[in-house]
Design a protein around this ligand. Sequence first.
Ligand code: FES
Length: 102
Amino acid sequence: MPASKIGTYSDLLDEQIAAVSVDGVKIALYKIKENVFATNEMCTHDECSLEDFGKIRGDEVECMCHGAMFNIKTGEVTKGPATIALKTYPVKIINDDIWIEL
Ligand code: FES
């Protein structure tokens, strides 16, 4: 699938989670130490929104609904109760634009 432009780098705040929709898929964007990462926006445990209930903890996101944690770069579960990894998406920054491939 071709890359989609999903936002503007300078609009992203450090250590905050921003949600965007691309072709009906809700994506969470994370800006950590100048880098941007993208995962599915919905926690795989019980479908809580990571934009609303996620907290960035270093390289991980904690879902405050039930405490599951995921590695933001790989999507892997680092703490239950979730057992299924978040899907991750490659991100490119070109000039000030953020592009991802679904
Ligand atoms: S919905 Fe995220 S930990 Fe339960």
